[in-house]
Each structure stands twice: as structure tokens, then as C-alpha cells.
Design a protein around this ligand. Structure first.
Ligand code: CP3
Length: 351
């Protein structure tokens, strides 16, 4: 046990973001509310569409709490989606069953000229209401996470109108029409700041910025479209709430993680499973808390491979400030018994 380790934490997850190391790392999973849970699928059927689920405070509260009840995680993440920002900007956003999101593409300067600058946050009232209800229902030691997508990642869906394997349409637009593209980014930056502040007001305690597609960008473009806009969001939130705790997740950033941490000022960084442990310890965990990074596929595989992979993650990172998580979201086909196996193994660990 180190001198910074407390034995009776008020909130294990927040303690780590506030500079402590926990001998048993706090634990949650990205995309922990979702289709791998039968109780989620049941509510999802009742709700109808995916956005109907997000925008009904009863349903959104219920599915946010489901994984906490089942697994006793240290953090709850509010049930919503990164694409509610384009939705509140008046873009058409639909989720087709089994196909992922569909938006009206925004890939010419002419279309960008018609883009609304200010989101209608009234359209997201249900998210704020669900945050208040979840906070009231949660054990005080469980931390409540609000989130948004990073501007680059949100823009990739707005430009292409859908997910693509390497987000080529947004990369192409950024090369061909950098001014129009930077208008999209600016609109997302401004509205994400407002959105995150409203989530804090509605009782979110930590914010996570998901940059799922950071890893497809060349270094200079990563700096311009991922790092700089994220830095503006962090600064914009802290201008109003100076001690706001923020986790960044620039998936696939690899060797650019130290630069991302330095420039953006995030309190913690979520790392994917391809990260190199020695590099992360020396260059990243020495400055901020680290979150991650079990491969979601080994959680599907289970068995001895899962035990080994969990032990590796713990051996790699648990001596420093660490939050146990996956390297990306949990997949729908994951057996619940494997999640239980992971929870038990992490809970039994003392580093
Ligand atoms: O449990 C949680 O983590 C909270 C809720 C949450 C969702 N989406 C719910 C969701 C969070 C944090 C997100 C973030 C999100 N959404 C990201 C960034 C993180 C990541 O996983 O990369 C991205 C890129 C999106 C956009 C998005 N939403 C896609 C590409 C899809 C379809 C693919 C998929 O995973 O299903 C969604 C739909 C979505 N968002 C679902 C859920 C539970 C599935 C919808 C359903 O029930 O049919």
C-alpha cells in the first residue's frame, strides 16, 4: 500500500481522478448498458426506437442502473449517445436495426452553410432528467459519468451519414474543404461545451470525451482535428467549472498519447488494448490516471485466456493510478458469466 492509498474511500473512482492510487482499481465498462444484457433488450423492445429509449427518462434511468445493480461497478455512465448533438442541431439521426446510425450526409460547403450553429438543448431534456434521477438512485460511492463524442468522431458520422471502416469521407472532406470542415468542428466544439456543462449541472461528476476514430488520422491532422478541438472543450468546460474531471479516449492514438494528454489537460486517458505498457507507464501514467484496456474479444472468449488477460492488465497498470475498463466498448455477444468472472478477479486483486 502506498502513502496515497486510502482504505475507506468516499468514492474510489473519483479518488483516482483526484490523484490517488487504489490497491484494487475501480472498475466499469465502456458501453456497459447495452445489448449483452437481457434486461436491456427487454426495455429496448418496450421503448421502440433507440432514440425513444434515450429520450424517455424512465427508460434511460433504468438502463443506466442495470449494469450497476448486476455487477456493482464503481461508475455509472448515463445512457445516451454521442449522436444526440447532431440531433439537437436539427440534423436527421436514425438508428436502423442491426445497421448502426444513419444521418443526412453533410459533405459539401453548400450543405455546411445551412448547418445550425446552436443546438436546441430542450430536445435533450430527458438526458438531464435521467442524470438527476440516476444520481438520486445511486449509492453515493458510485460515480456518475456524463459524456460527449469528440468533435472529430462526431463529424465523421455527420459528414458520411454513417459509420465507415476508416472514416474516409470525413478525412477527404477535411483535405478538400478544410474551411467548411472546420466550421462543422467549431459548431460541435461550442455545443459540446454547453452540453457537458449542462450534464455537470444535472449532477454528472466526471465527463468522458469519446474519440473513437482518432486513430485514422495522420499526425498533423490528429493535432488539428482531434487534439485542438478536445483542448478547446476541456478549456471551455473548466472556464465555468474549474475542477471538472475529464477523461479523454483518443482510440488508436498510440505514440501520440503523451502529446494529447499534455495539450488537452485531461485528468485521465482511456487506452485501447494495443497500447504498449512500458510506454504508457513512463510517458502517460506518470502524468495522469490511465483507464483500460482489456480486449473486448477476450471477454467474449472467456476461460483461462480471460484470466490471463485480466492479470496482464493489472500487472501492467495497477501499480499506478488506474481505472480498470475495456480497451473499447463491450460487444453484444459477450456472455454475462464472463463479465462476472472479470468483476470477481479484479475485485479480488490487491496491488
Ligand atoms: O453504456 C454506455 O456506455 C452508455 C451509452 C453509450 C451508447 N453509445 C449507447 C448505444 C455510449 C457512451 C455511446 C457512445 C458512442 N456512440 C460512441 C463512442 C464510443 C464507442 O463505442 O466507440 C460512438 C462511436 C457511438 C455511435 C453509435 N451509436 C454507433 C456507431 C452505434 C451502432 C453500433 C452499436 O454499437 O450498436 C450506436 C448505437 C448505440 N449506442 C447502442 C447503444 C446501447 C446500440 C443501440 C441498440 O440498442 O440497438
Amino acid at each position: 500500500m502506498t502513502s496515497s492509498d486510502t482504505t475507506s474511500p468516499a468514492k474510489p473512482f473519483l479518488d483516482v481522478l483526484n490523484g490517488q492510487r487504489r490497491s484494487t482499481p475501480p472498475l466499469w465498462m465502456m458501453r456497459q448498458a447495452g445489448r449483452y444484457l437481457p434486461e436491456y433488450r427487454k426495455v429496448r423492445e418496450q421503448a421502440g426506437g433507440f432514440l425513444d429509449l434515450c429520450f424517455n427518462p424512465d427508460f434511460a434511468t433504468e438502463v443506466t442502473l442495470q449494469p450497476i445493480r448486476r455487477f456493482g461497478f464503481d461508475a455509472a455512465i448515463i445512457f445516451s449517445d454521442i449522436l444526440v448533438i447532431p440531433y439537437a442541431l436539427g440534423r436527421s439521426v436514425r438508428f436502423e436495426a442491426g445497421e448502426g446510425p444513419r444521418l443526412d450526409p453533410l459533405d459539401t460547403p453548400e450543405q455546411v452553410a445551412t448547418l445550425s450553429r446552436a443546438a436546441d438543448f430542450g430536445k435533450l431534456d430527458a438526458v438531464f432528467e435521467a442524470l438527476r434521477r440516476v444520481r438520486a438512485a445511486l449509492d453515493p460511492k458510485v460515480t456518475l459519468i456524463g459524456f460527449c463524442g469528440a468533435p472529430w468522431t462526431v463529424a465523421t458520422y455527420m459528414v458520411a451519414g454513417r459509420g465507415t471502416p476508416d472514416q474516409g469521407p470525413a478525412r477527404m472532406m477535411a483535405y478538400r474543404h478544410p474551411e467548411a470542415f472546420s466550421t462543422i468542428i467549431d459548431v460541435i466544439v461550442e455545443n459540446s461545451i454547453q452540453y457537458l456543462l449542462r450534464q455537470l449541472e444535472a449532477s454528472a461528476e466526471v465527463l468522458q470525451i469519446f474519440d473513437t476514430w482518432a486513430g485514422v488520422l495522420p499526425a498533423a491532422e490528429f493535432q488539428r482535428w482531434s487534439v485542438e478541438p478536445t483542448k478547446r472543450i476541456v478549456a471551455g468546460v473548466r472556464a465555468k467549472v474549474p475542477n471538472a474531471k475529464i477523461i479523454g479516449f483518443p482510440r488508436g492514438a498510440g505514440a501520440q498519447l503523451p502529446g494529447y494528454v499534455e495539450a488537452t489537460g485531461v485528468d485521465a486517458v482511456s487506452i485501447d488494448w494495443a497500447a504498449e505498457p512500458g510506454f504508457i507507464r513512463d510517458r502517460v501514467q506518470s502524468r495522469v490516471a490511465v483507464q483500460g484496456n482489456l480486449d473486448p474479444l477476450v471477454l467474449i472468449a472467456g476461460g483461462a485466456a480471460l484470466d490471463r488477460a485480466i492479470d496482464d492488465v493489472l500487472a501492467n497498470y495497477a501499480q499506478g493510478r488506474f481505472l480498470f475498463n475495456l480497451g473499447h466498448g463491450i460487444q453484444p455477444e459477450t456472455p454475462i458469466a464472463h463479465v462476472e468472472q472479470m468483476v470477481k478477479r479484479v475485485r479480488d486483486f490487491r496491488g
